[in-house]
Design a protein around this ligand. Structure first.
Ligand code: HEC
Length: 185
């Protein structure tokens, strides 16, 4: 399970630098570094709790370092989805149940990485206090509970959300997989 986590002092040094970097908020100079971090080597999300990442990152800039073509991440994300009981409300395949499906092209707040990360971390109530409102309407409406303090690390949440992406239905409009396309905002 830890095989994707970089080990050794170099990683620790990276993590520290990365934490400081995130803390310093986004400057133009940070953007290329964030891109370089896509490999997972630079920003060590395994060491940042989701609520901290939410606090440290300007709105709109949380980016999942994984994508759903990475089968090992998807499989791990699925295990975590089940272990945090997301399936209790959303169904084991994310297709809904008592609560909204995660697989269709309707996103309650929006479907981009940043919004989904904040929703699962803060829950509906806090997200709305942060200025978000429901604009997509699912067949079931209710509050999503806050999971930020339960989920061990931002890395775990990224993995879970990668699994969620992988369940995006083949019948749903592919343009909306990551939320409202920029040209429609
Ligand atoms: C107690 C039931 C419950 C549990 C447990 C739960 N959710 Fe939710 N979830 C909801 C509800 C209700 C909504 C709709 C929120 C709203 O309308 O404000 C939602 C919304 C979502 C959305 C956005 C869906 C959309 O169409 O925009 C995602 C993604 C999501 N949940 C992921 C998760 C993950 C990941 C977990 C586990 C860590 C989880 N949920 C656990 C009830 C739950």
């Amino acid at each position: 399970m830890l095989k994707n986590v970089p080990s050794g002092g170099a990683a620790a040094a990276f993590a520290l630098a990365a934490a400081l970097c995130v803390h310093g908020a986004a400057t133009a100079a940070d953007a290329p570094k964030a891109d370089a971090a896509k490999s997972g080597a630079k920003v060590d999300y395994t060491k940042i709790a989701p609520p901290d990442l939410v606090k440290q990152t300007p709105k709109g800039q949380i980016k999942n370092p994984y994508n759903d073509s990475q089968a090992d991440i998807v499989a791990d994300g699925q295990q975590k989805f089940l272990s945090y009981s997301c399936n209790g409300c959303h169904g084991g395949g994310g297709g809904g149940g008592m609560c909204p499906p995660l697989t269709n092209d309707v996103w309650v707040y929006d479907g981009d990485d940043d919004t989904l990360f904040r929703l699962v971390t803060l829950g509906s109530d806090e997200l709305q206090k942060a200025g978000y409102s429901r604009h997509g309407s699912e067949n079931v409406v209710g509050p999503m509970p806050p999971f930020g303090t339960l989920i061990k690390s931002s890395d775990d949440l990224f993995r879970i959300l990668t699994f969620v992406r992988s369940k995006y239905s083949a019948n749903a409009d592919p343009h909306y997989k990551y939320g409202t396309p920029p040209e429609q905002k």
